[in-house]
Design a protein around this ligand. Structure first.
Ligand SMILES: C[S@@+](CC[C@H](N)C(=O)[O-])C[C@H]1O[C@@H](n2cnc3c(N)ncnc32)[C@H](O)[C@@H]1O
Length: 277
């Protein structure tokens, strides 16, 4: 794995114990929608790429049932270990989760009916390589559901850029140029076509994410990909950055004491096309 991928795996490894478990509803809602769009049938085999703590893996396991199968892959060992614990706790014998790099996965060829890849493709330095490998692992009539962030942002949160060295929340390469194929649906569709996926179609959905108070937002921001930006703040500036964030968050608290963030997620579906070499 390259240094860049190792750095991202490290961030998610440290985030894993709190990922999607600080009481904020977002990843779960996205994962359930992904599975709805996949229209899974009982008995199907699913590959869940970047499975994290199982936001789409567990609903997929339920949809395909014990006669089907779900394989989750993620390169953060702690994500895999914690998700496997939950798989065992729920007694799901038809689910496996493995530590694997999604860009160069070791997967059986032509084996899966459906690939799910929620909020992960933009982390790959070479997304086409990953998408091609997932296509090769898919059956000829297979399908894909992928999610990314749409480029629209909730302006009320623009201050985040002052507090955290974010540059681009949809992509994670420190030296990356401002524009990314993930900025537009057309960009995502072009990547898919390059990788052997056809009939791509996208729809954006707004998720209204709410937080109990500034403290919950702070804990949430450390529990997912945003942790990467917190970790880029020099150690002797972290307290000041936190104080500035709390001041801004307090200005955003609504009458009911809560905060809200409109997060626009792009849901893209595609079908397996002819295999490209
Ligand atoms: C934002 S989380 C999404 C997790 C899950 N799909 C969800 O919706 O909650 C991104 C996940 O992708 C994983 N990931 C990022 N790059 C990866 C790569 N190259 N190979 C495997 N996993 C990767 C991270 O470890 C993390 O668990």
């Amino acid at each position: 794995m390259t240094d860049h991928r190792q750095a991202i795996a490290g961030v998610f490894d440290r985030a894993a114990p709190t990922y999607d478990s600080v009481g904020v509803e977002f990843f779960g809602a996205v994962g359930r929608r992904v599975v709805e769009l996949a229209e899974l049938r009982r008995g199907e085999r699913v590959l869940d790429v970047g499975s994290g703590r199982g936001a789409s893996l567990f609903p997929a396991a339920e949809a395909v049932g014990p006669v089907g199968g779900v394989t989750g892959i993620d390169f953060a060992p702690a994500m895999v270990a914690l998700t496997l614990e939950e798989v065992r706790r729920r007694g799901l014998a038809h689910v496996e989760v493995e530590v694997m790099d999604a860009q160069e996965p070791r997967l059986p060829q032509a084996s899966y009916d459906v690939v799910l890849a929620s909020l992960v493709a933009f982390f790959l330095p070479d997304p086409v390589a990953g998408l091609r490998a997932w296509r090769a692992a898919t059956r000829p009539d297979g399908r894909l559901v992928l999610t990314t962030f749409s480029a629209r942002d909730d302006d009320r949160w623009a201050w985040l850029e002052e507090v955290l060295p974010m540059r681009d929340r949809r992509a994670s390469q420190p030296d990356e140029e401002e524009s990314s194929p993930f900025d537009t649906a057309e960009g995502v569709h072009a990547l898919l076509l390059d990788a052997g996926w056809v009939d791509a179609s996208s729809a954006d959905q707004r998720h209204e994410v709410t937080y109990d108070d500034p403290d919950q937002w702070l804990r949430w921001s450390w529990s997912h990909g945003m942790r990467m930006f917190w970790e880029r703040v020099p150690a002797d500036h972290v307290d000041a950055a936190r104080e500035l964030a709390v001041a801004r968050l307090q200005e955003m608290v609504a009458r009911d004491g809560r905060l809200s963030n409109q997060m626009d997620v792009r849901y893209t579906t595609a079908s397996a096309g002819p295999l490209l070499t």
